[in-house]
Every structure is written in C-alpha cells, then in structure tokens.
Design a protein around this ligand. Structure first.
Ligand code: AMP
Ligand code: MG
Length: 320
C-alpha cells in the first residue's frame, strides 16, 4: 500500500527519481509524474490503463513555467489565465519541443494548468519540471476527491500519496482552447461557462457526447461507477423500484427519501447549493458503488453554473 502523508520533500524526491505520486488538487486527485521523463509518462498511462491516444494535462507552479513549455500564448487564453489561474482551468496551448509527444498523444497543443491547491503549488514550485497528472483512478472510473480514494484503487501501484484533504471543487478542470479566434470549451468543469464568457466573450461548447479524437476525455461513458446509474425523475424512479422490491441506491440533489436507509442514499446538498453538490458528487457515487445496490437512481441538477458540469458527469456516468 502507498504511504499517505504531507511530506513535500519526500514527494519531490520520488518524482525526481521518475516515480509516480498521488497528488491533491482543488479539482480531483492526480496521478503525478515528471512530464519531461518519457518513462514516468509511460508509467502514468500503464498505471491507469489509460489509452495512449488520451493526452495528459501538465501542471505548473507559475505563469513563467507555463511559458517555458509553449511557443506563444494566444491573447484570448492569456486573459483567461490572468482571471482564473491558479484554479480549475486548463488551457490548450501550442507546445514546444520540451514536451514529449507522449504527453500530448502527438497533438501540437499541450493542456496546461496552475492548480489552486496550496500544497500542490508548493510542490510544483519546488520542482524544475512540470507534472503530468491525469485523475488518479483507473481509466473510465469515478475521479478521486480524497487521498483514501487513491489508496483504494492505486495504492498497490504507487509509493506515496500526498494528502491535501478533501478536494474543494470536486470536479475536473474546465478545458478551454482557441481555434481561429473562437474560444472553445472542450470539457465542462470547475469554472462555469458563464464565468469564462464574462472574460472571453461568447464561447463554443463542443458536443458533449462525441468521442472526438481532439478531446478524448469527452468519451461518452466516463466517470462511471461499476453499478449502473439511471437518470430521471427521482420520485417516479424511487416509487417504481420500491414496488419491484429492488435494492437500489439514491443520489439526489437536495431531496430526502425518509423510507430509504441512510446507507443507500446520498443527498448532494441539503441546502441546494451547486458548489457543495459538486464537492460531494464523486465521493457520493463511490459510496453508493460500494453499497450493496443493483442500481443507482439519480436526477439531473439545475442546468446552470456548476450544475452544467455536474449534469455532464451524471450523464456520462449513466451512459453505456
Ligand atoms: P484527466 O487528466 O483525466 O482530467 O483528462 C485530461 C483530459 O484533457 C483528457 O481526457 C483530454 O481530453 C484533455 N486534453 C489533454 N490534452 C489535450 C490536448 N492537447 N487537446 C485536447 N484535449 C486535451
Ligand atoms: Mg480522468
């Protein structure tokens, strides 16, 4: 099993040796390795069983570090970096030769982010290389939002997990790029589209269900528990499955179902707060996936602000 701790020097040392470390960020926990070391990058793909066509995000500690790995900074994206870095925003930038093709799956852009978690930024500023870090889960499964989630699934494959507590955003970063002057959102995430548009003007959101090779993270089925997820009107679903006598779990936004045992229901935010719901989404899905239920009944949240990204994850979790 991996050691769990808060020792930045130890994490740095392991990373310098080319090893992989579980790393907290404000979005989800990452499986981090030296992005400039092809062996470490290969190990990331193998450890996650991630297909090699699905490129990685590199994490840097400063704008200056970001600049050292790109050819130029498109001005539309610079404005976004100034507004939202450090934070849950990933920018697709024209890569230079320092970034191995393995990292970007051969694309000529590299996904870059300055994470907002203080421990992680300290780690990054301590290193003279960027960290490639996809979410620290087997490919296709729910992303981890606490150190124990990483331990559960990858603990036997990595030496150390840096413990930064529960993720404060709980959803992956919003991925944004620009093509011919048009700003494009490739993945909905921790920064709502409305906030992006306040800075960058109207954006294009790439179709949600594509398996477009340009953004393989947009695979239709993703972020999925092993237990099937059924999305719909919760009252209807709950009464239907109760009548059938099935052992189901419930993932609700703010509604309580008094007749369902606590162990089989997760209420994302009793007060109806979208930020709180985002923080609880993945841990709630994990909890229900471990409960002895044959199906998870869930509902979409209000389609606004973070609700859009939450609904995106719920739909992918429900997709087969
Ligand atoms: P994860 O690290 O698991 O959150 O996934 C990162 C996602 O970023 C991937 O699934 C890709 O879709 C996306 N990504 C990374 N680099 C690029 C790139 N150069 N162009 C388009 N999408 C990218
Ligand atoms: Mg992932």
């Amino acid at each position: 099993m991996a050691e769990i701790g808060t020792d930045i020097a130890k994490a740095s040392q392991l990373l310098r040796e080319g090893k992989l470390v579980g790393m907290p960020t404000e979005t989800v926990y990452g499986l981090a390795g030296n992005a400039l070391n092809p062996e470490a990058v290969t190990a990331i793909f193998e450890t996650k069983k991630r297909p090699s066509f699905d490129p990685l995000i590199i994490h840097v500690g400063s704008l200056e570090q970001a600049r050292s790995f790109i050819r130029f900074f498109p001005e539309e994206l610079m404005a976004l970096a100034e507004s939202f870095w450090p934070g849950p925003l990933t920018l697709l930038l024209p890569k230079n030769d320092k970034i191995p093709d393995l990292v970007t799956s051969g694309l000529d852009t590299v996904a870059v982010r300055i994470p907002g978690h203080s421990l992680t930024r300290e780690l990054l500023l301590n290193l003279d290389f960027p960290l490639a870090a996809p979410s620290a889960n087997p490919f296709g499964y729910i992303s981890p939002t606490r150190a124990l989630h990483v331990q559960d699934q990858l603990g036997d494959k990595i030496p150390y997990i840096l413990d930064g507590g529960d993720c404060t955003v709980g959803l992956e970063s919003t991925i944004v790029g620009v093509e011919q002057g048009q700003v494009i959102v490739y993945r909905l995430g921790g920064i709502p589209v409305s906030a992006i548009e306040q800075v960058a003007g109207p954006v294009l959101i790439l179709p949600q269900s594509s398996s477009n090779p340009k953004s393989p993270g947009m695979l239709k089925s993703h972020y999925a528990p092993k237990t099937p997820v059924l999305l719909g009107d919760l009252d209807t679903l709950v009464s239907e499955f109760s009548q059938r006598g099935e052992n189901f779990g419930v993932l609700s936004f703010n509604k309580v179902f008094p007749e369902i045992p606590d162990a089989r229901q997760v209420i994302l935010s009793p007060s109806g707060d979208l930020g709180e719901a985002a923080r609880n989404l993945f841990s709630g899905m994990r909890l229900l996936d471990k409960a002895d239920v044959s199906v998870i009944l869930a509902e979409e949240l209000p389609e606004k602000d973070l609700g859009k990204a939450i609904n995106d994850r719920l739909r992918r979790a429900a997709a087969k």
